[in-house]
Design a protein around this ligand. Structure first.
Ligand code: MN
Length: 237
């Protein structure tokens, strides 16, 4: 079998302290997973507890490493969201119904490792989409919209449940939250997402961002980190 033209290269992520790379299948993102960010986005507190998580996607090749990242076209309001990124490993296919309907109690067994990622967002494009009930794709899934640092295997760092998640722009703190403030924990996110789609090895999940998102410009340096996981630094060019 051959292709009518050479296929695009496999999207992949660096693995810390390893020459091997993690092959990316799909990239899912959770919306509004920290109450303080949900509020700054205009959501109202739920009287009866947590709002169910909702999901959107980015293309696998939107994942790029730290360093110089191109400022995207078609926006006048690019914003940063620092997030804990979960990478699903080989175990995923063996859990639940072959990666679907994974029970919360088993969900962390899916996790190959964790990384720090930035969910770059064209906030103006997203706002117009929300207003009109249009899809978010062009606000969220543009080229290089998911800079992500190297993956740290759970076998080395465990499963971070609390600790700082922060982001600075040109050295000034903009986001400063705590993983413990996630509305839906990593295991719950995996379990819920697996009721909508069959998860598989190679899937990444961006787990949401705390308050403090702000507008950035070409030339800005963004540094972010998650305690116990690592840091990521990009420059918008
Ligand atoms: Mn996000």
């Amino acid at each position: 079998m051959s292709y009518v033209f050479p296929p695009a290269p496999q999207a992949s992520l660096a693995v810390a302290d390893s020459a091997d790379r993690f092959p990316i299948r799909r990239v899912y993102c959770v919306g509004r997973n920290y109450a303080d960010h949900a509020r700054e986005m205009g959501a109202h507190d739920q009287a009866d507890g947590r709002e169910p998580p909702f999901f959107f996607s980015k293309p696998a090749d939107a994942v790029v490493p730290g360093g110089d990242v191109p400022y995207p076209p078609a926006t006048a309001n690019l914003q940063h969201e620092v997030e804990l990124v979960v990478a699903l490993g080989p175990e995923t296919a063996a859990l639940g119904d072959g990666g679907a309907d994974i029970p919360v109690a088993e969900a962390l067994r899916c996790v190959y490792g964790y990384a720090v990622g930035f969910d770059l967002t064209r906030r103006d494009v997203q706002a117009r989409a929300k207003e009109k009930g249009h899809p978010w794709d062009m606000g969220k899934g543009f080229d290089a919209s998911a800079p992500t640092g190297p993956l740290h295997p759970a076998s080395a760092i465990g499963h971070p449940q609390r600790g700082a998640i922060w982001l600075k722009v040109n050295g000034e703190t903009r986001q400063n939250g705590d993983l413990a403030d996630m509305s839906w924990r990593v295991a719950e996110v995996i379990a819920k997402l697996s009721t909508f789609v069959r998860l598989a090895p190679g899937d990444l999940i961006f787990t949401g961002t705390p308050a403090g998102v702000s507008t950035v410009a070409r030339g800005d340096v963004l540094e972010g980190g998650v305690a116990g996981v690592g840091e990521l630094r990009i420059r918008l060019v």
